[in-house]
Design a protein around this ligand. Structure first.
Ligand code: HEC
Length: 129
């Protein structure tokens, strides 16, 4: 019996899409929250003028991401400290920013100008320019 109850619970958790909500009751259905107002602002193609790493992106990554994504930070195992780091993780970075998952809750969100610059630069292929 115990194992059946446990696997049912695990199925329910899986059905919730693995969101990081701690389920407290079975009746509360106020949604999973988080990215409720996340804009769908991904450019369809490389914008003109193209944002550049050195002018538009590096300072934002350094100020808003490397706080945690660097040695000693909360995500030190996924460093984002220079172009090579960001380039290596560029598709995950795009996903996380576009889905408004990074910066995480508790850290202030990117401004729309910051989002547009990083997303545009990633769509351009994340060059070291
Ligand atoms: C407050 C600390 C913090 C800040 C600020 C932060 N992150 Fe994170 N990030 C984390 C932690 C912790 C994880 C690991 C979470 C996990 O594995 O579930 C993570 C995971 C990630 C991942 C990996 C997700 C995956 O697919 O495994 C990416 C990519 C990422 N962050 C990008 C960014 C970017 C880009 C920024 C800046 C816009 C940023 N993060 C800002 C703490 C932070």
């Amino acid at each position: 019996m115990k194992s059946i109850a446990l696997s049912t619970l695990l199925l329910l958790v899986a059905a919730c899409g693995g969101e990081t909500t701690t389920s407290t009751s079975t009746t509360g259905s106020s949604g999973t929250g988080g990215a409720a107002s996340c804009p769908n602002d991904l450019p369809a193609s490389c914008p003109t003028p193209a944002p550049t790493w050195s002018t538009d992106v590096a300072t934002v990554i350094a100020a808003r991401c490397a706080v945690c994504h660097a040695p000693g930070g909360a995500a030190a195992d996924k460093p984002l400290t220079d172009h090579a780091d960001v380039f290596a993780r560029r598709s995950a970075v795009l996903n996380q920013i576009h889905a408004c998952k990074m910066p995480p809750e508790g850290a202030s969100p990117l401004t729309s100008a910051e989002r547009v610059a990083i997303e545009g630069w990633l769509v351009c292929g994340a060059p070291d320019d």
